[in-house]
Design a protein around this ligand. Structure first.
Ligand code: NAD
Length: 496
C-alpha cells in the first residue's frame, strides 16, 4: 500500500483489518489468504483468510450445538444482545461507513445511511424478539389447540456485496430474534465490513458461543458447502436469481427450507399528469442509487408519449451533470462499480445498446486522474430500444437506464409487466384512481407511488416471479425464521 494510502482511525486499512483477530473468533477461517480491494483506487482494503470445508463443518457444528443451548427460550437476552448491537453500530458509524465506502465503493453519504438504517432495523427486531409467540384456540368441546412458534434451528445467511450490511441485518437479525443459531457467509467483495460489523455483535455480553458464526470464501466452494451441509436447517439467500435457483436445487437434496431474495428489473412508469419535477428526481434516484447496483433499481423508465421527449431531454442533461468519483469525496454523487467484473458487464451492455438503440447520455469509461485505477463508468441513458432488447430484459446491475414510451394505460401496464422479475415498481401520477388500478395490475412485491426507494422496517419486501421466494422485514420477515407447531389437548381423549 503506497504512501498517502487511505487510513481508518489513523491506521492503514489493511493493518487494522488483517483478519481474523482475537475479537473475531466467531470467524472460522484457516484457509488461503485473500484480499478485498478498493474499487475507486485498486488499493488493498483488507487481507483475510478464507475458510476451508473443514471450517464450514466446524462453524455449522458450533451453531448446531448452540441452537440446543437454551438461546431459543431466552427472549430477554436476545432482545438485549440485539439492542446492544444496534447501539454499537451507531457508536461506530463513522469508522464503519468509511470502511464500507472503501470496500464497496458507494458514496460516504449512502454508507452512513446504510449503517444507521442497519441499526434502526436491528432495534425494530430487538423489540420483536420478545413477541415471538403463537396463539391458542378452543377447537370444540374440551379440545384446545396451542400453536407454538419455534426457531428453525441453524440458519445459513448468505449475502451479496451491494448493500452488505443492510442485507446481512435483514436476514441475520430476525433469525437471531426468533431464537435460531446462524452461520454467515458474506460476498467475497465485502468481507471486511461484514466481519467488522459482526464483531460488534459477537462482543455483546451474554451472546452464547456458536449462536453467531461466520465463514469466508467463494460462493462456488464455501457457499456450496454451507448450502449442502446436513447440519443446516434453513438458507436465507440474497443474490442473483441464477445463483438462487442453484441454491434452491442444492437445498432440495436435504429438503432444507429456503428464503430467496433475488434479482430485479423494476419498471418506473410516468404518466403525463405526474408532477414531472418530482418524477424526474425520482427516476434518477431509482436508477443511480448505489451506481445502479441495487436489486430494486428502477432500470426501465416507461413514459407517456406526450411528455416522453421533454423528460428524456431533461434526464440526459441531468445524468451528464452527475459527479462520479471516489465515494469518500463528499461531492461524489456516484461511486465506482464495485468490481472490475461488474464494470466489464456494464460496458458489455452499453456496447450492445449502442448497436441497437440511441445512447442519449454517458456510458463511457472515465479516464485520467483520479479515475484510472478505479472502475468508473458515466451514468448511461438509452432511448429507442427495439422490443426484445437484452437491455430491457436483463438485470444489468449498473447505472444504465432504458427509456420507453407508451400511448395509454393498458400499454403502460403491459410494458411494466413485460419482465421475468417482480421485485419493485414505481408509478407517477396525480390521478388516484389510476394509481390504484395500475398499482394493483403490476406484479411486483413493492409499488412506490409518487416516490421511490422508501423502505420501512415494519413493511415486508420480497419478489414475485423470478425475484424470490418469501418475504423479509416486518412481522413476516420474523416469521420466515420460525416453524409452527400445533399442540393439541383433548380433554375427552376419545379417539374413535
Ligand atoms: P451472487 O448471486 O453472485 O452472490 C450472492 C452470494 O451468494 C455471495 O455471498 C456469493 O459468494 C454466494 N454464492 C455464489 N454462488 C453460490 C453457490 N453456488 N452456492 C452458495 N452461495 C453462492 O450475487 P451478487 O453479485 O453478490 O449480488 C448481486 C445480486 O443480488 C443481484 O442480482 C441483485 O439483484 C441481488 N440482490 C437482491 C436483493 C433482494 O432483496 N431481492 C437485494 C440485494 C441484491
Amino acid at each position: 500500500m503506497g504512501a498517502g494510502a487511505p487510513t481508518i482511525a489513523g491506521r492503514t486499512a489493511w493493518q487494522i483489518l488483517r483478519l481474523p483477530t482475537a475479537e473475531q473468533m466467531f470467524v472460522h477461517a484457516r484457509g488461503d489468504v485473500f484480499e478485498s480491494t478498493d474499487p475507486a483506487t485498486g488499493e488493498m482494503v483488507a487481507e483475510l483468510q478464507a475458510s476451508t470445508t473443514a471450517d464450514v463443518d466446524e462453524a455449522v457444528g458450533a451453531a448446531a450445538a448452540a441452537s440446543a443451548s437454551g438461546w431459543a427460550s431466552q427472549s430477554e437476552l436476545r432482545a438485549r444482545v440485539l439492542y446492544g448491537f444496534a447501539q454499537a453500530l451507531r457508536a461506530d458509524a463513522d469508522r464503519l461507513a468509511e470502511l464500507l465506502t472503501r470496500e464497496q465503493g458507494k458514496t460516504i453519504h449512502e454508507a452512513h445511511i446504510e449503517i444507521y438504517g442497519s441499526a434502526k432495523m436491528t432495534e425494530y427486531y430487538a423489540g420483536l424478539a420478545r413477541v415471538v409467540y403463537g396463539r391458542s384456540a378452543v377447537l370444540g368441546d374440551e379440545v384446545t389447540g396451542v400453536l407454538l412458534r419455534e426457531p428453525v434451528g441453524v440458519v445459513a445467511v448468505i449475502t451479496p456485496w451491494n448493500w452488505p450490511l443492510t442485507l446481512l441485518v435483514r436476514s441475520l437479525v430476525p433469525a437471531l430474534a426468533a431464537g435460531n443459531a446462524t452461520v454467515v457467509k458474506p460476498a467475497s467483495i465485502t468481507p471486511a465490513i461484514t466481519v467488522e460489523a459482526l464483531a460488534l455483535l459477537a462482543s455483546q455480553p451474554g451472546l452464547p458461543e456458536g449462536v453467531l458464526t461466520c465463514v469466508l470464501g467463494s460462493g462456488g466452494t464455501i457457499g456450496e458447502a454451507l448450502v449442502g451441509h446436513d447440519g443446516v436447517d434453513m438458507i436465507a439467500f440474497t443474490g442473483e436469481t441464477d445463483t438462487g435457483i442453484r441454491v434452491m436445487k442444492r437445498a432440495a437434496d436435504g429438503l432444507r427450507k429456503v428464503a430467496l431474495e433475488l434479482g430485479g428489473k423494476a419498471p418506473n412508469v410516468v404518466f403525463a399528469d405526474a408532477n414531472l419535477d418530482k418524477a424526474l428526481a425520482g427516476a434518477e434516484n431509482a436508477i443511480f442509487t448505489t451506481c445502479g447496483q441495487i436489486c430494486t433499481a428502477g432500470s426501465r423508465l416507461i413514459v407517456e408519449e406526450s411528455v416522453h421527449d421533454e423528460l428524456l431531454e431533461r434526464l440526459a442533461a441531468n445524468a451528464a451533470g452527475l459527479r462520479v468519483g471516489d465515494g469518500l469525496d463528499p461531492s461524489s454523487q456516484l461511486g465506482p462499480l464495485a468490481s472490475a467484473t461488474q464494470r466489464d458487464k456494464v460496458l458489455e451492455y452499453v456496447e450492445r445498446g449502442k448497436a441497437e438503440a440511441t445512447l442519449v447520455a454517458g456510458g463511457a469509461v472515465l479516464e485520467g486522474d483520479p479515475y484510472d485505477a478505479g472502475n468508473f463508468v458515466s451514468p448511461a441513458v438509452f432511448a429507442d430500444l427495439p422490443a426484445g432488447s437484452s437491455l430491457l430484459r436483463d438485470e444489468i446491475f449498473g447505472p444504465v437506464l432504458t427509456v420507453q414510451r407508451f400511448a395509454d394505460e393498458a400499454e403502460a401496464v403491459a410494458l411494466a409487466n413485460d419482465t421475468e422479475y417482480g421485485l419493485a415498481a414505481g408509478l407517477w401520477t396525480q390521478n388516484l384512481d389510476r394509481a390504484w388500478r395500475v398499482g394493483r395490475a403490476i406484479r411486483a412485491g413493492t409499488i412506490w407511488i409518487n416516490t421511490y426507494h422508501h423502505f420501512y422496517d415494519e413493511v415486508e419486501v420480497g419478489g414475485y416471479k423470478r425475484s424470490g421466494i418469501g418475504r423479509q422485514q416486518g412481522l413476516e420477515g420474523l416469521y420466515e425464521f420460525t416453524e409452527t407447531k400445533h399442540l393439541n389437548f383433548d380433554g375427552k381423549a376419545t379417539l374413535w
